[in-house]
Design a protein. Structure first.
Ligand SMILES: O=C([C@H](O)CO)[C@H](O)[C@H](O)COP(=O)(O)O
Length: 429
């Protein structure tokens, strides 16, 4: 078997950064440079021309994601210097066939990306029949965020076609090795190389993994386990960015610094310091949950040290309260994480008004039982339970991107230089 190729996907917006990252990834063992679709949209065919000029010996893949007018788009990319042009399999066969004619005419190869096709096996057979050079088994970035797995897709196709397979979609060293073991001829990696602070080192790790193609037994995490693991690795600002700058809870701060908590909400609606429901909720919650309380008063508390102690014994992760707490000296001593909007000495009475596990508003944000709560030094974010996995994945992408930008700042550029801020200012109409 031929040594599998490693294709680095330059999904960036800035050409200078893309050139630098390409250079670093080639040093780490990448074979092919993919001019990613975002880069092509941002810089046009100049992105391909520049890569050709900077890397005259390298194989360059243009990820055009063409849907129509296949011939002209292949011609453009070929004339700009691409060796392989990638178009979409969801395009009509007339587009794919004409793109292939153009590829033959201009001396380039055609890769066809089966992302989003309704029947990947049937489509792959059809593409083989048409005679394309490569089939790209690809799970798009948005699909990755909702849990679609690239290797699962590869395994459904591999036995039915002989055309060389390029495989990509969220691959890291472990899944890249798995892809090769399952039959990938070309491994495409974007985010896990290009967003790394150490592009060369990350490429090297993936290179070694695909060369060995050793598959380790893996215990698949449940979606909930993976969601919590990922959320523990990102910050509330990462989460807010991933949610299109969704606000955190207003006016709610951690009682002490350096705490990071993730858990699912058990909600409590109470009134003016009535601590019956807040304390009963400790018995309702499961280990790992976070109590989220709306108190309706900023001068009488329904929560203090004894409740904290009891919650901690039950394995409850934290308390988030729109309202004040008391006994914070004792709460700090036992280290029970509390996020609150105030501190007072006086508690209310246990009258029994209110409700456990109703939808509430806390710090101006809607919270339902089971929603994911993340608290850290910056405040508290609420993630709707239906989108928790997706948001966790997207927040991780935000974090990775920041890791790379931080490294480029460390090397001496200003933030606006790194992200070419001026170019991306909204132009007035
Ligand atoms: O093609 C891609 C995507 O659609 C954005 O243009 C990526 O290059 C491809 O998915 C590889 O990137 P990662 O999934 O981040 O590894």
């Amino acid at each position: 078997m031929m040594r599998p190729k490693l294709q680095v996907a330059l999904d960036l917006l800035e050409l200078d950064r893309a050139v630098q990252i390409a250079k670093e990834s080639l040093e780490g063992g990448a074979d092919w440079i993919e001019v990613g679709t975002p880069l092509i949209k941002s810089e046009g065919m100049d992105a391909i021309r520049t890569m050709r000029e900077k890397f005259p010996e390298q194989k360059i893949v243009a990820d055009m994601k063409t849907m129509d007018t296949g011939a002209i788009e292949v011609e453009m990319a070929a004339k700009a210097g691409a060796n392989i042009v990638s178009i979409l399999a969801v395009a009509d066969n007339s587009t794919i066939e004409d793109a292939l004619r153009s590829a033959r005419e201009y001396g380039v190869e055609l890769m066809v990306d089966i992302m989003n096709v309704p029947d990947p096996v049937a489509k792959s057979k059809e593409l083989e029949e048409i005679g394309v050079d490569y089939i790209c088994v690809h799970v798009g970035i948005d699909q990755q965020m909702v849990g679609v797995d690239t290797i699962d897709l590869l395994e459904t196709i591999v036995k039915d076609v002989k055309t060389p397979l390029a495989v990509g979609g969220g691959l890291d060293a472990e899944s890249a090795a798995r892809a090769v073991a399952s039959g990938a001829d070309i491994v495409i990696v974007g985010g896990n190389i290009i967003r790394s602070a150490d592009v060369t080192g990350s490429t090297r790790l993936i290179r070694e993994a695909i060369d060995k193609a050793e598959v380790k037994e893996r215990k698949r995490e449940t979606l909930e386990e993976e969601t919590i693991r990922l959320l523990m690795q990102v910050s509330t600002p990462n989460i807010s960015d991933a949610m299109h700058r969704e606000p955190g809870m207003r006016g709610i701060r951690p009682l002490f610094e350096g705490i990071k908590v993730v858990g699912r909400a058990v909600t409590v609606q109470t009134f003016g310091g009535d601590w019956a429901k807040t304390v009963e909720a400790i018995d309702v919650a499961n280990p790992g949950d976070i109590l989220v309380i709306f108190n309706g008063s900023d001068y009488i508390t329904p929560w203090g040290e004894l409740a904290s102690h009891s919650a901690q014994n039950r394995g409850i992760k934290a308390l988030v309260i729109d309202g004040p707490v008391r006994d914070i000296d004792e709460i700090r001593k036992i280290g029970f994480p509390v996020f609150a909007s105030g501190i007072v000495p006086n508690a209310g009475d246990p009258k029994g008004f209110g409700e456990i596990n109703a939808e509430i508003t806390c710090g101006g944000v809607k919270v339902r039982p089971g929603d994911y709560i993340v608290g850290d030094d910056n405040g508290v974010m609420v993630i709707p339970k239906e989108r928790a996995y997706e948001i966790a994945r997207r927040a991780m992408e935000v974090k990775k991107n920041e890791d790379r930008v931080r490294e480029e700042i460390r090397r001496g550029k200003t933030l606006s230089q790194v992200i070419e801020l001026y170019k991306w200012e909204k132009k007035q109409k």
